[in-house]
Design a protein around this ligand. Structure first.
Ligand code: PLP
Length: 426
């Protein structure tokens, strides 16, 4: 059996039907923004490998940090023990997170970072002896991950229909648009006025998986302020938006009112190692400050604060906060704004939206906008055949490049998008 035959036989891939017509693409190596296939093809990773990669693949500084760490301390239990890579990372993160954030809790990925955030918020009320604030508000269309808490606060759609009976109840708030802002604010006020809401969870400014849907910072600021007035804990899921994607280091940096809890993952290690982090403000930790067991947050994973992942994250932090990288984020954001205006003129485009380094093009098709829109397959194959990896969300194609992507590489991606749009029949 060759490798792909073994892959088919032994491996169950994520978000992929078990019976597929096509083999997976075998990647042998990756460098910079390019994935190199076993067949010798080069593919631009224009979606940063599920939104994780910041500085290009196999980055030598990150690779060296991991290798050196592996020779010194590969892992150690994180209860009762600690280590420099985790301490440095906590300090690094707190130096760039909103200033109200004061503690870092480690986990494994985006879903677990969200689970921890939810548990912190729920137990916050429990520890304060308040048992009436059990309701949770989440935004309609949200995606917070695939574990049970994360699914519960996420959109109830075909992806999790098999689990619906097992998910806890959540109040869903209509996704804010320019048209419904007043209504969303009124609905939110009504929901929180009953004083039984304990948590408000949201993807700040951009709902990634829902199709790169964007909403205004002013509106979110208003919702957080209403939440604050009504003693509702605000949990920002920055798993996708964190580490520069929105043009600022965090989407919360676009806001005046800062969340109480922030979930992070994806870009944290520059895309090299799995790691989740949940940060919170001292308002939250004060409810846990006790030596009694009953106030302890009983949550932890075997690989909590894995030193290799922390070392990778510290190396990525140095690159991310360098003038060079911040300039690149700015450069890409400006370039994207130019292409946003260009692409919006195309007759086959319903809407183009962008924020920072994220650009989404919603196609006008005879089928309505959804993840299952059949144009998805056509887009995927068209771009792959031209050496570009895009993984459209139905009829929404988006570009989310690593920050080292050059102007000419961006031009190539956007020109190809223009050419693709010309091939569409309306
Ligand atoms: C906003 C958001 N939260 C959570 C997650 C889940 O992260 P992970 O896939 O690392 O579990 C994702 C993944 O796409 C996400 O976009």
């Amino acid at each position: 059996m060759n490798l792909l035959e073994k892959d088919r036989k032994y491996i169950w891939h994520p978000f992929t039907p078990l019976e597929v017509e096509e083999d997976s693409i075998l990647i042998e190596s990756a460098n910079g923004i390019y994935l190199h296939t076993a067949e010798g093809k080069k593919i631009i990773d224009a979606v940063s490998s599920w939104w994780v990669n910041l500085h290009g693949h196999s980055h030598p500084v990150i690779a060296k940090a991991i290798a050196e760490q592996a020779l010194q301390l590969e892992h150690v239990i994180f209860a009762g023990f600690t280590h420099a890579p985790a301490i440095t990372l906590a300090e690094n993160l707190l130096s760039i997170l909103p200033s109200n954030q004061s503690k870092i809790f480690f986990s494994d990925d985006g879903s677990t970072a969200v689970e921890v955030g939810l548990k912190m918020a729920m137990q916050y009320w429990y520890n304060k002896g308040i048992n009436t604030k059990n309701k949770i508000i989440a935004l309609e269309g949200a995606y917070h991950g695939d574990t049970f808490g994360a699914m519960s606060v996420g959109s109830r759609d075909s992806f999790n229909v098999a689990f619906n009976n097992y998910l806890f109840q959540v109040n869903s708030l209509e996704f804010p648009t320019k048209e419904n802002e007043e209504k969303v604010i009124e609905d939110f006020k009504n929901l929180v006025s009953k004083k039984d809401v304990g948590v408000f969870i949201f993807e700040p400014l951009v709902q990634g998986a829902a199709g790169m849907r964007m909403y205004s910072a002013a509106l979110l600021d208003k919702l957080i302020s209403i939440a604050n007035e009504n003693a509702v804990v605000c949990l920002a899921d920055e798993v996708f938006t964190g580490f520069g994607r929105t043009g600022k280091l965090f989407a919360s940096d676009h806001l005046k009112n800062k969340p109480d809890i922030i979930a992070l993952s994806k870009g944290i290690t520059g895309g090299s190692m799995p790691l989740g982090v949940t940060s919170c403000s001292s308002k939250i930790t004060t409810a846990f400050e006790a030596t009694e067991n009953s106030k302890t947050l009983y949550h932890g994973h075997s690989y909590t604060a894995n030193p290799l992942a922390c070392a990778a994250a510290n190396a990525s932090f140095q690159i991310l906060t360098s003038q060079d990288c911040l300039r690149n984020i700015d450069r890409i954001s400006k370039k994207i704004k130019i292409y946003e205006r260009e692409l919006a003129k195309h007759k086959n485009v319903k809407e183009v939206r962008s924020l920072g380094t994220i650009l989404a093009v919603e196609l006008l098709t005879k089928d309505s906008t959804s993840y299952t829109n059949p144009v998805r397959k056509k887009i995927y194959h068209y771009f792959l055949s031209r050496g570009i990896l895009l993984r459209p969300l139905g009829n929404v194609m988006y570009v989310l490049p690593p920050y080292i992507t050059s102007d000419s590489e961006l031009d190539f991606i956007f020109t190809t998008i223009g050419e693709f749009l010309d091939t569409l029949e309306t």
